[in-house]
Design a protein around this ligand. Structure first.
Ligand SMILES: Cc1cc2nc3c(=O)[nH]c(=O)nc-3n(C[C@H](O)[C@H](O)[C@H](O)COP(=O)(O)O)c2cc1C
Length: 226
């Protein structure tokens, strides 16, 4: 109802935790004062790998389109290093690929519910070398490689059967599954972070936040209010 103080809440949306509910929760440690963010991110990814039901390397990738309107979708982070940053693979002609052609800046956000943790990362994005893309492409299952060839990712598909026919044509073209070349429209990106923020849930929304900024080739560290 317009003007109503309370917003309508569907039953599927949980209520905010009560003091009693918080009392039953375990205390979670504060984020350590790490000197740089990569080793900490790696250790959080490892811990998430032990507790997440699937895809601990999944992160939301935010980009902006030509009108400055943000877009976001999940990708799998496949590499992590201080030199290359975070690496993911996709179709260069997809919506995200075209958005990154226009504005080569992006953000990634991991959310590990089982750990009650979030990591936010911002930075410039560049395409991976063809060697990096080939190496990862060749590790994928043959059917996944065929799908990457057959899919015009993000383009309209009138009927699923059209995609299936294209997959059949690719399978016919490459009967030797050992040799399925990476298509030029598919490959990797590196996001080189300039900001990485670690967030750890604490009781009563008194969360812990540690932000790293890369300035003059040095990581600085700041705690933020929740
Ligand atoms: C868990 C998960 C992992 C995904 N991983 C990838 C990925 O690594 N690369 C990719 O192109 N799409 C991935 N997707 C699909 C994307 O979220 C998205 O649907 C697709 O890339 C098209 O996005 P776009 O139209 O914005 O380009 C994943 C989706 C989920 C839910």
């Amino acid at each position: 109802m317009p003007g109503s103080a309370m917003t309508e809440k569907p039953a599927a949306i949980p209520s905010t935790p009560s003091a009693e509910a918080y009392a039953e929760e375990v205390d979670r440690p504060l984020i350590p004062d790490a000197p740089e963010p990569f080793a900490l991110l790696e250790s959080w990814l490892e811990e998430a790998g032990e507790t997440e039901p699937n895809d601990p390397n999944a992160a939301a990738l935010a980009t902006v389109d030509g009108d400055g309107v943000p877009d976001v979708r999940v990708v799998l982070v496949r590499g992590l290093s201080p030199e290359q940053g975070l690496t993911f693979f996709t179709n260069y002609q997809s919506a995200k690929g075209r958005q990154l052609d226009g504005v080569p800046q992006a953000a990634l956000c991991f959310h590990w519910k089982s750990q009650r943790r979030q990591v936010r990362i911002r930075g410039a994005v560049c395409r991976a070398s063809s060697e990096v893309s080939d190496t990862y492409f060749n590790q994928r299952a043959a059917q996944s490689r065929m799908a990457a060839i057959a899919s015009d990712q993000s383009q309209p598909l009138a009927e699923r059967s059209i995609f299936e026919s294209r997959l059949d044509a690719v399978a016919e073209a490459y009967p030797e599954t050992d040799f399925i070349p990476r298509p030029a429209h598919w490959g990797g990106y590196h996001l080189k972070p300039v900001q990485i923020e670690f967030w750890q849930d604490q009781k009563f929304r008194m969360h812990d936040r540690l932000q790293f900024c890369f300035i003059n080739e040095i990581w600085s560290r700041t705690r933020l209010y929740p």
